[in-house]
Design a binder for this molecule. Structure first.
Ligand code: GLA
Length: 536
């Protein structure tokens, strides 16, 4: 009897700790890309059946998300009504059905009063069906009464009403928390990076406009490329459990097989949620093989949660992306050689670009083949619109010495409408004179508009030389803060619009250090990068 109790307690403990630590990017399916607002109970049940019987759930796709198309206004007591013709048995029935398949159930709403569907997809039932003025009532209904596990909250009505997105999403998050459910996955669908505040409010946030501008139509390659470009410098804002959402996948919906593989590879190396958008009841063997590639999915689900960085770009469509696996200081890297050009191309990655020293082994994650050991570089031919996705395992690492400003945390970075940034807010801008052809600009002039390098790893406590590469507009100053200790740097003057260096002795701790540059009362120089002499 005692043994039974122990086993039961152990089982409860294990399942609880799993749900609390299972914070890799969400994987599942959502109805929007394939069906638009034309959803109903039998479509959702059919997809739930397919995701569990096809092996997709076993591959990790566990959320079945109902998107827009079910709203039907509100009752006089304010409670939400759903379309009883499309969903004759109601939502609780459907959630129970989805749960009975061992899946999680996802739902959809709006931060303003009127839904996107009511504005763009002929869904009059979406008028006054958004959460605005109904946060707690709706959250209780979705999570306590109906039992949903995920919520995507859109912003079409919010935009029309000119609501403040931070206030709205924080209020909805609070309403979710008030339900007592601690396992709800919350997606803020503001179609752009809405500000660093979102990284603690939501589990994921849509950082781009819709992947396809016409739901139900064929996938567009150029829209996929556009989203990747927009996500390039959002890497510092992703962390364990909190991800840049690049939108639902278009794999199996009209792209070529090479393009489908590139699309999935990039969503994986950039740690986006993986939410399938194709009809699971009618997919080709090739599509299924692509979306169930366990080695590629493992890159997305890797517990380090680092979003990959662009490490080289020839400016003509040949890009190399990399992401550490199994720990920030590990010897394992995923590399994607991405050929966006219109012709096949020879592409390479050098181990030194990955901070690996000496020989390394290479495995191709799409052909599932070990390519053996290479001394310092791997070169292969990559098809047009295709990728070579590799796992590179080195023997030794070199500490990262150069930290590009475009990959640092810009505390007040806050896109407002469609890529427009408020004045006085730090942002990344292109500058051909800077390394990586980009720099952080519009920094300073208020205390929260600082830049922070958060991952400066030293393997010994000690004194090091820090070099800041900057471009100033005349003579400027900055406060350098290393692990909380301030030093005032005066007389920063690059004299011309070419980068200048300032070298300062600093003390670093063993492990991770945070280096901040700020100026509460005046503009900071633009920052190209910082460098620390670790490997001397
Ligand atoms: C917005 C979202 C889409 C989808 C539709 C539904 O456009 O970005 O993902 O949810 O609304 O109307």
């Amino acid at each position: 009897m005692k043994k039974l109790l122990l086993i039961t307690l152990l089982a409860i403990f294990c399942s609880t700790s799993f749900s609390q630590t299972s914070k890799s990017p969400l994987m599942g399916w959502a109805s929007w890309n394939q069906f638009g607002a034309n959803i109903n109970e039998s479509i959702i049940k059919g997809q739930a059946d397919a995701i569990s019987s096809s092996g997709l759930a076993a591959a990790g796709y566990r959320y079945l998300n109902i998107d827009d198309g079910f709203f039907n206004g509100r009752n006089t007591d304010g409670s939400l009504k759903t379309d009883s013709i499309k969903f004759p048995n109601g939502m609780k029935f459907l959630v129970d059905y989805i749960h009975s398949k061992g899946l999680k159930a996802g739902f959809y709403s709006e931060a303003g009063a009127n839904t996107c569907g009511s504005q763009y997809s002929g869904q009059p039932g979406g008028v006054n069906s958004g959460m605005y003025m109904h946060d707690q009532q709706d959250a209780d209904l979705f999570f306590k009464s109906w039992g949903f596990d995920f919520l995507k909250v859109d912003y079409c009505g919010g935009l029309v009403q000119k609501l403040d997105e931070k206030t709205r999403y924080a209020a909805i998050k609070k309403a979710i928390d008030n339900t007592g459910r601690t396992d709800i996955n919350f997606n803020a669908c503001r179609w752009q990076f809405p500000g660093t505040w979102v990284t603690t409010v939501a589990d994921s946030w849509r950082m781009s406009n819709d992947i396809n501008f016409s739901p139900g139509s064929k996938a567009e390659w150029k829209s996929i490329i556009g989203i990747i470009d927009m996500n390039k410098y959002l890497a510092p804002y992703a962390s364990r459990g909190h991800y840049n959402d690049m939108d639902m996948l278009e794999v199996g919906r009209g792209l070529t097989a090479e393009e489908d593989k590139s699309h999935l590879s990039m969503w994986c190396i950039l740690s986006s949620p993986l939410v399938l958008g194709n009809d699971l009841t009618n997919m080709s063997a090739e599509t299924k093989e692509i979306i169930t590639n366990a080695e590629v999915i493992a890159v997305n689900q890797d517990t380090t949660s680092l979003q990959g960085h662009l490490i080289s770009d020839n400016g003509a469509g040949l890009q190399v992306w990399a992401k550490p696996l199994n720990g920030k200081q590990s010897k394992e890297r995923t590399v994607v050689l991405f050929n966006r050009s219109e012709a096949p191309a020879s592409m390479s990655v050098k181990w030194k670009e990955l901070n690996l020293v000496g020989p390394a082994t290479v495995r191709n994650l799409w052909s599932h083949s070990d390519l053996g050991g290479m001394d310092s570089i791997y070169t292969t031919t990559v098809p047009s619109h295709g990728v070579a996705m590799l796992k590179v395992v080195g023997k030794q690492t070199k500490l990262q010495e150069v930290f590009e400003a475009e990959y640092a945390w810009i505390n007040n970075f806050n896109l407002t409408q469609y890529g427009e940034v408020l004045s006085g807010q730090g942002r990344v801008i292109a500058d051909a004179k800077c390394s990586g052809h980009a720099k952080a600009a519009w920094l300073g002039n208020r205390d929260d508009n600082y830049i922070e390098f958060r991952d400066v790893y030293a393997n010994m406590t000690g004194n090091y030389k820090l070099t800041i590469t900057y471009i100033s507009a005349g003579i400027q100053s900055a406060t350098l803060t290393v692990n909380g200790t301030d030093t005032l740097l005066q007389g920063l003057n690059s004299k011309a619009l070419t980068p200048a260096n300032k070298t300062i002795p600093i003390k670093l701790n063993k492990g991770y250090n945070t280096i901040r540059l700020s100026n509460a009362t005046d503009w900071l120089p633009d920052i190209d990068k910082i460098q620390i002499e670790f490997n001397k």
